[in-house]
Design a protein around this ligand. Sequence first.
Ligand code: BDR
Ligand code: CA
Length: 314
Amino acid sequence: GAPVIIDTDPGLDDALALFLAFRSPELDVRGVVTVAGNIGIDHTTRNARALLRVAGREDVPVVRGAARPFAREPFHAPGIHGEDGLGGIDVPEPRAPEHPAAALDWLADEIDSHPAGAVRILALGPLTNVARLIVERPEQARLIGGVVAMGGAVRDRGNVTPHAEFNIAADPEAAAVVLASGVPVTLVPLDVTRQVAADEAWAERLAARGGALAALTRQLHGAYLDNIAALRASLGVAEAERRPHAFPLHDPCVILHAVRPELFHPERLRLRVVRDRSERDGATVIDPAGDAADVLTGADAPAALAFVADRLAG
Ligand code: BDR
Ligand code: CA
């Protein structure tokens, strides 16, 4: 398969993305680098190791990445992902130890061990590690084939504020560095991930097909719906309107794009990341003076959902 590095902050939907990646022979996952995001770095690193155990892939190195954003205070989302990042769901204790290398050293060595342009980074959390690689290891950054990153809300509304999406809002300076770097960027914003939304019937049909990943996927899916409902209850939303109808498969869309790009519609857009600490802070806005990226804005959602279920079943 194609060599990829997964950069992640698990995270309920990160977990599904990791499962999908390990069930995809088109990909050769060289390693998983963690980042602080949905929850702190101790949890995201431990969760990544536990999820690799569930997937039967403890041979893949898990490397601890950045504990804090580029220039901001850490900003987490325990209300959605739980205090442990995995919705309080029981996952087995990881057995394989964390890889001992520092993330930038590990990334640079891994990139150097492949031909130029061969390795792509699939980024599922704030872009802190990727930005640090670009700034601190520019020679290796130039050798990356591309970065596919879940992040942003381009024409659609945000999810942490009306304007901003979580991964960009958590580290907007890092996102700006990555977009301006010249590394080919494919952005997977809420505009497309909200289209690929898995309802409860999807999760139940998947669990009925059997298998450890399918069973855990249903639990993670349920935790997301429960946590959103609890958040809405705390905001005074009427009971009948609390439980969302579906779980948008944000991070799995990145893996899916690496495996089946034809399921998505890209647009070449110029984007600017707002970093002025105004109410639009963290927004990704279309701006002719911004940096060019391939932005996924459409998907064949029924085919995407069926594909993910087929890979996770059994
Ligand atoms: C993104 O933020 C995180 O909460 C999810 O894991 C996903 O990467 C969605 O905005
Ligand atoms: Ca994530």
